[in-house]
Write a protein that binds this ligand. Structure first.
Ligand code: SF4
Length: 462
């Protein structure tokens, strides 16, 4: 019988159906970071439990690490304390950990794929909402809470409700200046921030097929913002090429055998879906949020709908029928697990080369990992950004959220390549976030206001 990747992988990892109706699912890879793991380790100690599969468990620090200087001890005492706690926990339980003094450190959803830990057909868990990112490689990747982190540490299993599968096809060619970020913001806008509740999102169609793994990660990353529990793309030749030669990927004959298995796991033609939705890539515009969730967005030349949510409008300082285009910004942030990868930095660097950040704008580029940082520096991208007036920082979550020293102040307006525009997300209770693609952030930094990136592409090599 033809079936979806979701059901094939789910069934392959199902240990049993629990009396609650949930499925006990074996977890192939468990990723940890400093914020959601300390209490889970404490609970293990209280019960005198060990970690069931330390060789399937890896840890990094990302949320709290300072990005201006990463020398230890960190000047931020909280960051130092949380990093020290993770170091002690990983040492005690035999888990490999990457701190800023290690070349593998970075945002958990950037380093998993980068190191080849994330592979098709895996079940993956991490105590972080944006674990859905890993679905870009054909994995079922679940963001979990702290008590579930404890469960996975102790038993390598999760109790989960089965999901319906919604197939989302995006077909056609994206226009120049329109990116994966615009596609996922458009999907969330149309289906709603709760539209995916109870679903796994399977992305496909000619637009997704043509995307790189980096772009697919941007799409899958924000599945959770559309309410979906997970998002994934079926593995294909692009997936195989991405994984070949990575540190934790199978090597030699084992890689070829794995590719054969990954091929079988992809959803079959004629697989049954619980719902199907189609998008036309040619209709997607550079998209920006105007409100307080990622579904409150408009195409750059569209007015904000007259029936828009009053509270969100008032907080953001917009009016019904008004426009985001032309809005002055104070801060520009390029980074995060959504758009802090090498290809994001390359695209932004192409745009800013030979230009300069507007005098009133503070602009940051924060690589998603040390590997991204090294590669960007080897290509001279850091110098391009610095010459243009951006600050070039160390790897971490940085201004995606207010858990480190990179924060908005007061009512600052930030053009951000991250994934959440909730109230207070960037550290100031009154700070305002406009989500957009990294190229749009770069354009806003240069112009000092939100603009259509397509107007700045003339003469920029593609
Ligand atoms: S970059 Fe932002 S969304 Fe991603 S893991 Fe860090 S804090 Fe979470």
């Amino acid at each position: 019988m033809p079936d979806t990747l979701f059901r094939k992988v789910w069934n392959a990892h199902a240990v049993r159906v629990l009396p609650s109706g949930q499925t006990q699912l074996f977890v192939g890879l468990h990723l940890l970071h400093e914020v959601t793991s300390p209490q889970a380790f404490d609970m293990l100690r209280q019960h005198s439990w060990g970690v069931a599969f330390p060789d399937r468990t890896f840890a990094t620090v990302d949320h709290i690490v300072p990005t201006n200087t990463q020398r230890r001890p960190f000047l931020d005492l909280m960051a130092e304390e949380m990093t020290g706690a993770l170091e002690r926990n990983c040492r005690e339980f035999g888990i490999e950990l990457w701190t800023p003094d290690n070349a593998n450190q970075g945002i958990v959803h950037v380093i998993g794929p980068e190191l080849g830990l994330t592979q098709p057909g895996m079940t993956i868990a991490c105590g972080d909402s944006h674990t859905s990112t890993h679905g870009a490689l054909g994995a079922l990747a679940f963001g979990i809470g702290t008590s579930q982190v404890r469960d996975v540490l102790a038993a390598q299993c999760l109790a989960l409700e089965p999901l319906n599968v919604r197939r989302i096809d995006v077909n056609g060619r994206l226009a120049r200046g329109v990116y994966a970020k615009d596609v996922i913001l458009t999907i969330i806008r149309r289906l709603g921030v709760h539209g995916g509740v109870g679903y796994a999102y399977e992305y496909g169609g000619s637009t997704i097929d043509a995307m790189s793994i980096d772009e697919r990660m941007t799409i899958c990353n924000m599945s959770i913002e559309g309410g979906a529990r997970i998002g994934y793309v079926n593995p294909d030749a692009t997936t195989n090429a991405f994984l070949r030669g990575r540190r934790f990927a199978p090597a030699g004959g084992a890689f070829d055998r794995a590719v054969g298995w990954w091929r079988e796991l992809a959803s079959d033609p004629g697989a049954p879906y619980d719902d199907r939705v189609t998008f036309d890539a040619a209709a997607v515009e550079p998209t920006v949020t105007w409100g307080l969730n990622p579904g409150q967005s408009v195409g750059i030349h569209e007015p904000i709908t007259a029936s828009a949510d009053d509270e969100a409008l008032a907080f953001m300082g917009f009016t019904p029928g008004g426009r985001v285009n032309g809005t002055p910004i104070d801060v520009a942030f390029i980074g995060s697990c959504t758009n802090g990868r090498l290809s994001d930095l390359e695209e932004a660097a192409r745009l800013v080369r030979g230009r300069h950040v507007a005098p009133h704008v503070k602009a940051l580029v924060v690589p998603g990992s040390q590997a991204v940082s090294r590669e960007a520096e080897a290509r001279g991208l850091h110098q391009t950004f610095i010459d243009a007036g951006f600050e070039w920082r160390g790897a971490g979550c940085s201004m995606c959220l207010g858990m480190n020293t990179d924060r908005l102040e007061g009512r600052q307006m930030c053009a951000s390549s991250s994934n959440r525009n909730f109230k207070g997300r960037q550290g100031s209770p009154t700070g305002r976030t406009l989500l957009m693609s990294p190229a749009m952030v770069a354009a806003a930094a240069i112009a000092g206001a939100v603009v259509d990136v397509r107007d700045m592409l003339e003469g920029v090599p593609s």
